[in-house]
Write a protein that binds this ligand. Structure first.
Ligand SMILES: NC(=O)c1ccc[n+]([C@@H]2O[C@H](COP(=O)([O-])OP(=O)(O)OC[C@H]3O[C@@H](n4cnc5c(N)ncnc54)[C@H](OP(=O)(O)O)[C@@H]3O)[C@@H](O)[C@H]2O)c1
Length: 247
């Protein structure tokens, strides 16, 4: 496995847990999040240094600041160094608001899809120079089939899945691998206050399975794995049945 990892969204529920799991396995880290999270980012870094003697640096980035992507990567990674990126940032705003307000929808899509896509392309350029690298991004089963309650968030994730699939094709047979993570509902700030979430998973358990998948350089990781057969069935349900389900 690559040693140096950049984690974007490193103060989020899943990002924090993934960073901790990577530190536990001896990886040097660059923790990245929005400037508003600077204090939490510094606390998280200190925690990993004390707990696991990890080598940790931090960087501020709002992913919507496209022009800052290259600078953040160049500050974090020395030229020609092989590194990995875990994109673990994201938002899930209420579907009714996204349906109603075009500007909110645009911003949501940019945070979840356009901006991370641009960031991944900048990272991929640097990995190509190094000849090695690992790209990992948090997608979602919600991107596997649109459903009435969250198809706009799902559409963001479907766009990201398609980019990752394309990058996997582009880098096949090279030292660069691409992993799409599709977590089921996980107990984090993103899902706080949402009731009726099926099979709610804990971030630490998710992080362990995510980093296992990263170590094995898997293409797609459903976590917990039971979401693979569930989504396989949902994707293949005939429309006349699917349309009657309250999802
Ligand atoms: N939780 C789930 O059930 C679940 C299920 C499937 C997929 N996912 C995906 O997994 C990823 C992590 O989710 P989570 O549950 O850990 O969410 P979370 O706890 O809400 O964390 C999201 C992180 O993204 C950061 N972020 C938001 N906007 C950003 C921006 N413009 N630039 C940079 N960072 C930004 C947040 O920073 P601030 O705190 O500073 O805003 C926060 O650190 C997301 O992509 C999510 O869609 C989550």
């Amino acid at each position: 496995m690559i040693r140096h990892w950049l984690v974007v969204g490193a103060t989020g529920g899943i990002g924090t847990a993934v960073a901790r799991e990577l530190a536990k396995r001896g990886c040097p880290l660059t923790l990245i999040d929005r400037p508003d999270s600077e204090h939490t980012l510094a606390e998280n870094a200190r925690d990993l240094e004390v707990r696991y003697q990890a080598e940790v640096s931090v960087a501020m980035l709002d992913v919507l600041e496209y022009d800052a992507h290259a600078r953040v990567l160049d500050d974090a990674v020395t030229a020609g160094e092989s590194f990995g990126v875990v994109l673990a940032h994201g938002v899930m705003w209420p579907q009714d608001e996204l349906q109603r307000d075009s500007q909110t929808l645009r911003r949501h899509h940019e945070i979840n899809a356009t901006a991370p896509m641009a960031f991944l392309e900048r990272a991929a350029e640097r990995m190509e120079t190094a000849g090695r690298g690992q790209i990992v991004a948090l997608g979602s089963p919600a991107g596997d089939r649109g459903r009435r309650s969250n198809y706009l968030y799902g559409a963001d994730k479907a766009a990201l899945h398609c980019q990752l699939e394309g990058m996997r094709h582009r880098f096949a047979g090279t030292g660069i691998t691409v992993t799409t993570i599709k977590p089921g509902p996980t107990r984090t700030p993103m899902t706080a206050g949402m009731d009726k979430l099926p099979l709610l998973a804990e971030p630490a358990d998710q992080a362990r399975r995510i980093v296992d998948g990263i170590e094995k350089r898997k293409s797609v990781v459903y976590t917990p794995p039971v979401w693979w057969p569930i989504m396989h069935a949902i994707r293949h349900l005939p429309r006349f049945i699917y349309d009657r389900l309250d999802l």
